[in-house]
Write a protein that binds this ligand. Structure first.
Ligand SMILES: Nc1nc2c(c(=O)[nH]1)N[C@H]1C(S)=C(S)[C@@H](COP(=O)(O)O)O[C@H]1N2
Ligand SMILES: [Mo]
Length: 319
């Protein structure tokens, strides 16, 4: 199958997978020779306003998996982004002309610092890091994605939530002009998601602004989207315009749409099946078509970092 790339990406603008893997080997070799894989603190996150531009000052993370990342083509052509169509191949085509600038993010609710921030100003206090994460969609497929982003925990700390802030809510842009999908009623727009404050301040979640060292493609949630690697993909809300510190549990889009199938927590859990299919196994996108499915891991393999958050929770009821 031939996979189309947006016409205006020059091959030189994309870090090819081969180069990329070489760079990683180089970094590993450095680590063995006595260096460190830990992030060297970057200056301030400067995100170029041009498509697929290279991100600079990106540190490495100790939370990255060693698994081989999916290709840039897989990651940018097999997407869920209902604002740009229901098919996996729709967003790469329908989000082509989406404009992720100018962009503002509104921070509101129970916090000391609130306001409406230009994307560039919003990013400045934070360090960019690469986080290579396993990602698991509720539809029983998975990928490994080399994100570039900022720590959500650092963002939360920066805005100084008060003790009333029990949850963090997020909203996607809702623009009928640019997003053909929101003219229809596939979901109740805008797309919404939320986390408990304990989840949001765990070290794993990031707000991603890049993939493979370059500015994130529109179809993956430009200019900024959430990544929560131990939860099903639908928690990873794209193209965020609002962050709200709330005292009550926020609504989340897939729970609003089909409450008996999609809960608030959405923790990856191979022992709790979706009402219409098993969650025990998953298909890795891009794998040889003869490859068998692989077992899904509890909390998508991130249990050592997050299982304690749920020790008093019945995960069968709180799915
Ligand atoms: N705004 C918005 N965010 C969204 C979605 C969406 O339809 N709209 N789909 C979610 C789902 S179901 C998944 S699996 C991931 C897919 O992210 P990716 O296309 O970057 O792999 O985005 C999530 N974020
Ligand atoms: Mo998903």
């Amino acid at each position: 199958m031939l996979i189309r790339k947006p016409a205006d990406i020059r091959p030189s603008e994309i870090t090819s997978e081969a180069n990329y893997l070489n760079r990683r080997d180089f970094i590993r070799a450095g680590a063995i020779a006595g260096g460190s894989l830990l992030a060297s603190p970057a200056i301030s996150a400067v995100i170029p306003d041009s498509r697929f531009a290279e991100l600079t000052g990106v540190g490495k993370s100790r939370y990255s998996t060693d698994e081989t990342p999916n290709s840039f083509e897989d990651i940018s052509s097999y997407n869920n982004f209902y604002e740009f169509g229901l098919g996996k191949g729709d967003p790469i085509v329908q989000a082509e002309d989406f404009r992720p600038r100018p962009w503002t993010i509104e921070v509101s609710g129970h916090a000391e610092k609130t306001g409406i921030f230009d994307f560039e100003d919003f990013m400045k206090p934070f360090d960019l890091e690469e986080r290579i994460y396993r990602m698991r969609c509720v539809e029983a497929w998975s990928m490994v994605i080399p994100w570039v982003g900022i720590s959500l925990a650092e963002v939360i700390k920066h805005f100084q939530p008060t003790s009333s802030a029990q949850y963090v809510a997020f909203e996607t842009l809702n623009d009928r002009e640019q997003m053909p999908g929101v003219r229809g009623r596939s979901l109740d727009w805008p797309y919404r998601e939320g986390l408990t404050i304990a989840e949001a301040t765990n070290p794993l979640p990031i707000l991603a602004v890049g993939i493979y060292g370059n500015v994130i493609p529109n179809q993956n949630g430009a200019p900024i989207r959430l990544v929560v690697p131990w939860k099903y993909g639908f928690k990873g809300i794209k193209s965020i315009v609002k962050i709200h510190f709330s005292s009550t549990r926020p609504k989340n889009s897939w729970n609003m749409a089909i409450p008996n199938e999609y809960g608030f927590y959405a923790n990856v859990n191979p022992t709790v099946n979706h009402p219409r299919w098993s969650q025990a196994r998953e298909r890795r996108i891009g794998a040889n078509i003869f490859a068998s499915k692989q077992e899904t891991l509890m909390f998508n393999g991130y249990g050592e970092h997050v299982a304690h958050l749920y020790k008093d929770l019945d995960l069968r009821r709180n799915f």
